[in-house]
Design a protein around this ligand. Structure first.
Ligand code: FES
Ligand SMILES: [Fe+2]
Length: 407
């Protein structure tokens, strides 16, 4: 299937409308294929420039699916570089990554191995070896720098690509997806919060759960109790990536405090007060919905990017194994300058936290039920088309049977 032609074709004909098989969510073999052909070849977002503000700032992130760990570091000239987190001496991790990720930095812009003290600069060169004269003559610092990983930046998102061969340039990998966000002030929204957890589920179950708004009215009846109706519109396919607009019809909030918060909290997605006066790039909300809540976009393979007035937030799913996945949720708002702003930001924060708890709460249940084998297929309604497209792209790249309609 040629995904670059999907917008000009008949989407139902190209993607199908029938039920799709569950097998690829639980198959170890399909998982291995997805790792080898998708995660080890595609560009993946491993961090943001906000995390590496100054030269010498670094971030280490575990990449369990590849049994690897990446160091991102900003060099003195301001460029962000990526290296395998492995010392050239006896292979220790340069920076311990006991957690799933760690940040740090130093003005000298160096990384020093904690085992025997070998020192590397931000360009990956080996610059100091304690007791160097005791190594054999054939040893050369020049030939023992860090192993680089392909790295590129778009809109402040730091992408890595684990492919050993030269990958497709990031610009062409993103295609029209990149232009869809032109003019959105990602870097101006600096107040943030983040959550993460490891879930006993397949990475695709997690991605699917955030790729539709069909669940919102039922699953989020608690966190978004003032919601009357919601859905998606303005779906656009950008080759292997995609974007859509989520709309919310809302009634007044059910408590006086929530109603006050909704008036102030411009980043609050459950507030009906800000829907009519949005300042967003023309490309966002292409259907020009009056009740637009936020743009829901998927940067293939594992990143959901959402933007709205005064906010952007992301969900990302990192495979650990076929049935184990790291989820990361991050939310960004304008900097807080007033007490009312602080109140509104806290309210927005708690609302998102509650909604994300509701979202992630289904993912282990879904996967466990899939493992039972009681059903061999799942049904997708019209507005679940982003899931259908995601499965079709995975199937095309990995050669798995994720999307093929069940007979
Ligand atoms: S393993 Fe890094 S200095 Fe020895
Ligand atoms: Fe949700």
């Amino acid at each position: 299937m040629n995904f670059s032609e999907i917008n000009s074709g008949n989407v139902d004909e190209m993607l199908g409308t029938g039920p799709v098989p569950i097998a690829s969510y639980v198959s170890e073999e399909d998982y291995r294929r997805e790792i080898d052909t998708v995660f080890k070849r595609c560009w993946l977002i491993a961090g943001t420039e906000q995390e590496l503000k100054k030269p010498g700032d670094w971030k280490v992130k575990r990449l369990d699916f590849a049994n690897s760990s990446v160091v991102l570091i900003r060099d003195r000239e301001g460029a962000v570089r990526a290296f395998h987190n492995m010392c050239s001496h006896r292979g220790n991790k340069l920076v311990s990554d006991n957690g799933y990720e760690t940040t740090g930095g130093n003005k000298a812009g160096i990384l020093s191995c904690r085992f025997h003290g070998w020192v590397f600069d931000a360009k990956g060169a080996l610059v100091h070896v304690p007791l160097e004269d005791q190594f054999p003559e054939c040893f050369s610092k020049d030939e023992n720098g860090l192993t680089p990983i392909h790295c590129a930046v778009w809109q402040g998102f730091i992408f890595i690509n684990l492919s050993e061969a030269e990958p497709e340039p990031l610009e062409s990998y993103l295609g029209s997806f990149a232009g869809h966000f032109d003019g959105f002030p990602f870097s101006a929204l600096t107040q943030s919060f983040a959550y993460h957890t490891i879930l006993d589920t397949n990475w695709k179950v997690g991605m699917d759960a955030f790729a539709e708004a069909y669940h919102v009215a039922t699953l989020h009846a608690g966190a978004l109790g003032n919601l009357v109706k919601c859905g998606i519109d303005g779906v656009k396919f950008h080759g292997i990536h995609k974007s859509s607009s989520v709309y919310f019809d809302m009634k007044p909030a059910h408590t006086p405090v929530a109603e006050i918060a909704n008036r102030y909290a411009t980043s609050n997605l459950a507030s009906r007060y800000h829907q009519g006066r949005l300042e967003l790039p023309e490309t966002i909300n292409p259907a020009k919905l009056d009740n637009f809540a936020f743009e829901l976009a998927i940067c293939f393979p594992n990143m959901l990017i959402h933007v709205a007035q005064d906010t952007w937030f992301t969900h990302q799913f990192w495979p650990i194994s076929s049935g184990r996945t790291l989820w990361e949720g991050r939310f960004y708002m304008p900097g807080i300058r007033t007490n009312s702003g602080l109140f509104a930001a806290e309210y927005t924060h708690l609302l998102a936290r509650s909604a994300w708890l509701e979202d992630t709460g289904t993912m282990e249940d879904t996967y466990q039920a899939m493992l039972s084998g009681a059903k061999d297929r799942q049904w997708l309604m019209k507005e679940e088309v982003l899931i259908r497209h995601q499965l079709a792209v995975i199937e095309a790249l990995a050669g798995t049977g994720g999307h093929r309609p069940v007979a």
